[in-house]
Design a protein around this ligand. Sequence first.
Ligand SMILES: [Zn+2]
Length: 163
Amino acid sequence: MTHSTPRRLSPSATSMLAALDRHPILTIEGYCNGSCDVRQVTVRVKNYDKDFSAHLQAGRDLVCPVCQTPLTIHAVRTLPEQDALDRAEARRSVNTQIAERDRGGPLRVATLAEMSNDALPPTAGTPEPTGTAKARAIISEAQQRRDAKKLEHALDALCPNLP
Ligand SMILES: [Zn+2]
């Protein structure tokens, strides 16, 4: 009589299976440590028929498309997680371009606030924010521009009774 022992899954396979429990569509990023020229590999998976989860549960790795070396997986995101990341990256890119335009040239030293600002910039059709939203917008702009006076005004608007 033979006993089948459960296959021990790699941490990346466990991570991908956990993500598949959250959503059937994944974006997986890995890189090749083999001797080929491939570095970044991005795989988009639709696991509707559970073929990919069966592949992982069988202990099979994702491999480099050129040299077949198992990929080192460094990111696993569900479709909603990837969409949120893509949209935030797009907003950061636009905000960096706006900051460059406002400074009249490329940013040589971007501030942390500029690099991490993923708020949508206002447009001509954006309704004027009121109350807390207005204070948040002022604080965000003051942080980007390192304008302490503007930040102080925003705090006053939020907490008018502070000394
Ligand atoms: Zn390779």
